[in-house]
Design a protein around this ligand. Structure first.
Ligand code: SAH
Length: 269
C-alpha cells in the first residue's frame, strides 16, 4: 500500500474540462513554477489578470485562446461574476481552462471565489501555488521577513477591502504583535494605515520599505520610517504594484538589491 501523490501525476497532464488556478509569480518569468509552465503549455483557454506580464504568457501554446480580464488603466475591469461564468463555460465546453493570476492565486487574489464558483457548477478545479509578491518583494529588496531576535512573526495584510477602504482589522493589536507587517495594496492607504499602527504603539522610527514592481524591469524601493512614509511615498511617486514592509527587519541587512530612490532615503538602524 502506498499513498499516491495526486499532484505529481496531475503536474504532467491537464485534463479537459478542468479549471486550474495558476500562480504566475511576481513578474519575472523565471519565478514561474515548472508546474505553472507545464500547465500553460497545455491549456486551451487562458484567462489572465493584468499583473502577469507578456514574458509569462510566452509559455502559452500556439493556438490557445488568451483573454485579459484584469483591471487595466482606462478600461473597466471585467466583473468577477463574468470571469466565473467564462471559467465554467470553458470547462463545460471541454476546454482546459487556465486562470492565471499574479503571485499566488490564494493570497489576496480572489482565487477562493473562483474555486467556489467552479464547485457550485460541479467543475473540477486545482490550484497551482505561485511565488507571492509578499515573499518576492522583500526578497528583491534584501529584507528577511523574519529574523531571529528581530521578528518571530509576519502578517500579510491588505489595506483595501471590497469597497476600497482600510479593512476592519484590529490594526492596533497587529502593531502590538511585534512581528513584520507586509501590506498589499497599501500605497493609497498609507496615511490611515500608519495612523492606526502608531496608535497601536509602533514607534514613528519603525523602519518601512516600499518595494515597487518587484522583479519587473522598473523595480525600485524606498526606505523610510513609519512616521515619514506617507509623505515620502507621495514625494517619490512610486510606480505600482508595490508592497509595503513594516518592521525592524527592514533595517537588518544593508543589502540594496535595487536602486534606492534618492532624495527620500532614510537611515534605518
Ligand atoms: N496574489 C498576488 C497579490 C494580488 S493583490 C500575490 O500573491 O502576490 C495585488 C497587490 O500585490 C499589489 O497591489 C501589490 O501590493 C502586490 N504586488 C503584486 N505584484 C507585485 C510586485 N511585482 N511588486 C510589488 N508588489 C506587488
Amino acid at each position: 500500500m502506498g499513498v499516491q501523490s495526486a499532484s505529481a501525476v496531475a503536474g504532467r497532464s491537464f485534463p479537459r474540462g478542468e479549471v486550474w488556478l495558476v500562480g504566475a509569480g511576481p513578474g519575472d518569468p523565471d519565478l514561474l513554477t515548472l508546474k505553472a509552465v507545464r500547465a500553460l503549455e497545455q491549456a486551451d483557454l487562458v484567462l489572465h489578470d493584468a499583473l502577469p506580464g507578456r514574458a509569462v504568457l510566452r509559455h502559452v501554446r500556439h493556438g490557445a485562446e488568451i483573454v485579459a480580464v484584469g483591471k487595466r488603466k482606462g478600461a473597466a475591469p471585467v466583473p468577477q461574476a463574468k470571469i466565473h461564468a467564462r471559467l465554467v463555460a470553458g470547462a463545460r465546453a471541454g476546454l482546459r481552462v487556465l486562470r492565471l493570476k499574479g503571485g499566488d492565486p490564494f493570497v489576496f487574489g480572489r482565487g477562493g471565489e473562483e474555486a467556489l464558483a467552479c464547485e457550485a457548477a460541479g467543475i473540477r478545479w486545482r490550484v497551482i501555488p505561485g511565488v507571492s509578491a509578499g515573499l518576492a518583494a522583500p526578497a528583491a529588496a534584501g529584507i528577511p521577513l523574519t529574523h531571529r531576535g528581530t521578528a518571530s512573526a509576519v502578517t500579510f495584510v491588505t489595506a483595501h477591502d471590497e469597497t476600497g477602504a482600510l479593512p476592519a482589522l484590529d490594526w492596533e493589536a497587529l502593531a502590538r504583535t511585534g512581528g513584520t507587517i507586509a501590506a498589499f495594496m497599501a500605497l493609497s492607504r498609507l496615511d490611515e494605515l500608519t495612523l492606526r499602527l502608531l496608535a497601536g504603539g509602533l514607534a514613528p522610527s519603525t523602519p518601512v520599505a516600499v518595494v515597487a514592481r518587484a522583479t519587473h524591469p522598473g523595480e525600485s524601493q524606498l526606505r523610510t520610517t513609519l512616521g515619514a512614509c506617507t509623505l515620502d511615498a507621495r514625494r517619490a511617486a512610486l510606480p505600482t504594484p508595490a508592497l509595503v514592509v513594516i518592521g525592524d527587519v527592514v533595517g537588518v541587512l544593508a543589502h540594496r538589491a535595487t536602486p534606492v530612490i534618492g532624495a527620500v532615503q532614510h537611515a534605518c538602524a
